[in-house]
Design a protein around this ligand. Structure first.
Ligand code: MG
Length: 164
């Protein structure tokens, strides 16, 4: 039996075409304007801290599972069509992602909104619907992990106590 772990979370992300380095790049681009001498290693550290949290792993596994079920046509209607077509008014993909964003407080929300709007890097790739895959939940989850890691990084740069 598989148990919840950061290794499993990373494995699931990679099975859907997303690496820790992809998310690290998002954090680096988001935070470079605000943090002097920021390194990718620091960004990656914060991404890994976010991925190590149970609520993050739960949200990630849930979202990816729903994406895959939709891809295989296994959801009941009308949910099947709503998720498979990434219907704009559905909104539950963003709600699941908020479970990740909220881990580091309200700064995360601003970052999440920004990522959702500009759709940088891997997010744009997940959104282009070119590979016949369904990433309705995953694009928001990846954006949320990057937003949460950015918030964690910003808080720790200010010397604040950051919950692990
Ligand atoms: Mg979405």
């Amino acid at each position: 039996m598989k148990t919840l772990s950061i290794e499993l979370a990373i494995e699931r992300l990679e099975s859907r075409g997303v690496t820790v380095d992809d998310i690290t790049d998002l954090v680096f681009d988001l935070q470079t304007p605000y943090v002097e001498n920021l390194t990718k290693a620091t960004c990656k550290y914060n991404v890994v801290r976010v991925l190590s949290k149970r609520e993050v792993q739960n949200a990630l596994l849930t979202g990816i599972e729903l994406d895959q079920l939709a891809e295989e046509g296994k959801l009941q209607q009308p949910l099947q069509d709503i998720v498979a077509s990434d219907e704009g008014l559905y909104g539950i993909d963003e709600i699941i992602a908020l479970a990740i964003v909220n881990v580091y407080g309200s700064i995360g929300l601003t970052n999440f909104g920004y990522v959702d709007k500009i759709k940088p890097g891997i997010i744009a790739k997940l959104n282009d619907h070119a590979d016949g895959k369904c990433h309705t939940f995953l694009d928001d989850i990846v954006g949320a992990i990057a937003a949460a890691a950015s918030s964690r990084l910003a808080h720790s740069e200010e010397g604040a106590e950051v919950p692990d």
